[in-house]
Structures are given as C-alpha cells and as structure tokens.
Design a protein around this ligand. Structure first.
Ligand code: ADP
Ligand code: MG
Length: 397
C-alpha cells in the first residue's frame, strides 16, 4: 500500500501545483486557499439514485483542484486548464431565479452554477482556477468533482454553515438547473463523503451515506477502470428518457418512487406496464436489491464474493435498461474471459467506463485481454488503469 499511497499524493500535488500556477497567471497572486474533490466509481447501484434507491460508489484517487482568491469588486471569474478563456461575470447576474446559461460556455456553468445555487446576493467576489486529473466524460464524474471543489471553496470563503450532504445537494442543483443535466445525487454524495479504503452505501431517499469497508487490498484485489473513450452526453442522450420511464412506471404502480417496490411486486408490474417500461422498472428494482446484497456479502464474506453481483448488474443494465454499448459489453466480456472476478459498466452508460474486480496477479493479463479485444473489434484503444478508494472533498491549503 505504501508505494501506491505516495504515488497518489504525488499525482494530486502536481494537480495542485497546476491550479496554483493557473491562478497566478490569472491574478498575479497566490491563492487564499486550495480545495479539491474527487471523481468517483460506482461499484454497484446504477440508475437507482433518481429513483430514491440505493447506490454504492467510492471516491477515487483522481481529483479536481480549485485554487481560489478573493476579489473586492463583486465579480466572479473562473478559469480551467480545459479551456483557454476564463469566464467572468458579475455576481449580481447570478442572483436571479434563472441561471444565465446562454451567457457562457457549457463548462463554466458547473462552477458558476454552484455559486448561483449557493446564492450570490451580497457575497464577496472570487477568482477560481481549476485543474484536474479526473478523465472527463468517462463516467468517473468529473462533473461532481468540479462541483465539489467549487462548493467546498465557496462554503469556506463565504462562511456558510453547510455540511457535506448540503453541498452535495448544491452540486446537484447546479448540474440539474444551471447546466441542465437531469442527473441524481449519487455522484455528488460520493465526491463529498468519500473515505479511504471504503465505499459509501447511499440511501438516496434519506441522503444518508454509510461507509462500508471494501478490503480490496487485503484480499489481493485491484479495481480496474476501462475507459472506452466513447463520449456520452447526459444532457442530450437517453438519460432523460430513462428517467421519464421510471417516473411513468412508479406512477402507474401508485408509488412515489421505484424504491418503494420490491422484487415481489414485479409480477404485478408486468401485468400493468408495457414491455419497455416494465424492463426499465425491473432493472431498478433488482438493482436496488443487488446493492443491499453487496453490502451484506461484503460484511459477511468480503470482496472476493461480490463478483456475481457485479456481473448481474451489467446484464440488467445491458438487457433491461438498455444503456450499455458494444464497447462496454466488449470490455466486460473480455475482462471476465481473462479471469476477472466480476465486471460491469459503471456510470450512466452510453459509453464511459467499465470496471473489473481482479486478483492482483491477473491485473496485467486482464488489461491486455481487454485492449486486444478492442483492437480485434476495430474500436479505439481503451485507457485501462487501477483506482484506489479515496478521501472525499477537502481543503488542501
Ligand atoms: P463526467 O461527469 O462523467 O465526467 P459530465 O458530462 O457529467 O461527464 O461532465 C463533464 C463536463 O464537466 C465537461 O464537459 C466540462 O463541461 C465539465 N468539467 C468537468 N471538469 C472540468 C474542469 N476541470 N474544468 C472545466 N470543466 C470541467
Ligand atoms: Mg457527470
């Protein structure tokens, strides 16, 4: 564990240095503070969050860093290594009921949306420089990382009495109402609440997050991420459509949310719903049960025993929820054929990443097998790397 730990720290120190340098280029001064928040991998529990259900993500050792400096003119400026042009706005223009989305490039709606969601009336101006080593659009939630870093910084600078869960809600509000992506709250909770060597079991109704030890290292396991490099777009893709199907299904069954159904209700659901809506509902209801089963199995037997649950999750997402794609299926099939204990797509789907739980001595063989399978299928080469369950949002300096 020691070499990995120090490599992780070194990587995030490089990102911190980049954010500081960008702030210096912008303002000619050092930051008043530096904050960061991680991306996340969802171990299991996909498309359950907006159904008030269960999910079990963990924060990863890839972070977005915000180097921040106060300014005295009531204006807010954001800069990112992702974009050559900083974006500047008067805080008064962020105080309305509607976020001025058309006035800026999309990326700036994430940090400025967080400020808008926190409320900007009477606040001090601020310059924010962002750097990140979270891959974008890979299903690792670079969006929750930028929201978490920005929200943590503004909370402290503006002296707001908000806990991690409240900041997760602010991040979701920015993503839903400022950016316009109708996503749930799981990503933000994972990024805010993450803990070293643990996943966070999230009840998306109560918003309670409970750390559950993963014990991967002690069991000789590694978690591989396979980034398919297929870009997804939550705001324009089939995500809104899936969400609508879930709401339709819950309404037809007379429930506030699909969370309120159990697998025992599926026969009734089948008799009432059309085939597509039924399969969407069946995915969510069985996925909630798989999350509960994963918590139980981790505690009772440890991580060597959760592989089949991961695979069952993938099959359900592929066949019932229909949010996988050929690249994700190839990654999962190749990883399992090469000896992974379990594998599944992770994140919203339509591209992004798959994960594979692998005995340490097989990690290279599984990575090679996946890369070969992509080449054979004529797909763009995937990025394959391991991630460590890590700490959530924090102040770094
Ligand atoms: P994911 O969260 O899976 O990475 P999303 O589509 O939800 O993908 O969010 C990605 C978007 O978030 C990017 O296209 C960009 O607009 C914004 N974003 C994320 N991180 C940064 C960053 N460090 N700087 C600027 N924009 C970022
Ligand atoms: Mg996202």
């Amino acid at each position: 564990a020691a070499p990995t730990g120090s490599a992780t720290r070194a990587a995030s120190e490089a990102v911190v240095a980049t954010a500081r340098a960008l702030l210096f280029a912008l303002t000619g001064a050092e930051p008043d503070g530096v904050w960061s928040a991680p991306g996340r991998v969802n171990l299991i529990g996909e498309h359950t969050d907006y159904n008030d259900g269960y999910a079990m993500p963990f924060a990863i050792d890839h972070r977005t860093v915000a180097a921040v400096r106060r300014r005295e003119d009531g204006r807010m400026r954001v800069a990112s290594t992702f974009s050559p042009e900083p974006v500047e706005i008067d805080l008064a223009d962020l105080s309305g009921a509607e976020f001025p989305r058309d006035a800026m490039p999309e990326w700036a709606a994430y940090p400025l949306g967080v400020a808008w969601a926190l409320g900007t009336a009477g606040r001090e101006g601020v310059d924010i420089a962002l750097a990140s080593d979270v891959p974008v659009g890979a299903g690792l939630s670079s969006s929750a990382a930028i929201e978490g870093a920005t929200a943590s910084a503004l909370r402290d600078l503006w002296g707001l009495d908000l806990d991690a869960t409240a900041l997760a809600r602010i991040g979701r509000r920015a993503e839903n109402d400022a950016v316009g992506a109708p996503t749930g709250i799981m990503d933000q909770l994972a990024s805010m609440l993450g803990r070293r060597d643990a996943a966070i079991f999230i009840d998306c109704r109560s918003l309670e997050g409970t750390p559950v030890d993963l014990g991967f290292a002690a069991a000789g396991l590694e978690l591989l991420v396979i980034d398919t490099r297929v870009q997804h777009a939550h705001s324009t893709g089939g995500y809104g459509d899936r969400r609508a199907a879930c709401e339709r299904g819950a309404a037809a069954l007379g429930m506030p949310a699909l969370r309120d159904l159990s697998t025992a209700d599926l026969d009734r659901a089948r008799s009432i719903l059309d085939d597509v809506t039924f399969r969407r509902v069946r995915h969510v209801v069985t996925e909630d049960q798989r999350v509960l089963d994963t918590v139980h199995v981790l505690r009772a037997e440890g991580p060597l025993a959760i592989g089949d649950l991961l695979v069952a999750s993938h099959v359900s997402l592929r066949d019932d929820f229909e949010v996988s794609c050929p690249e994700l299926d190839t990654a999962v099939d190749a990883a399992l054929a090469a000896g992974a204990l379990g594998a599944r797509m992770t994140g919203g789907g339509f591209g992004g990443s798959a994960i594979a739980l692998v005995a340490r001595e097989k990690t290279d063989a599984v990575a090679d097998a996946v890369t070969r399978a992509f080449a054979d299928a004529g797909f763009t080469a995937p990025a394959v790397f391991t991630v460590q369950p890590s700490e959530g949002a924090r102040r770094d300096a």
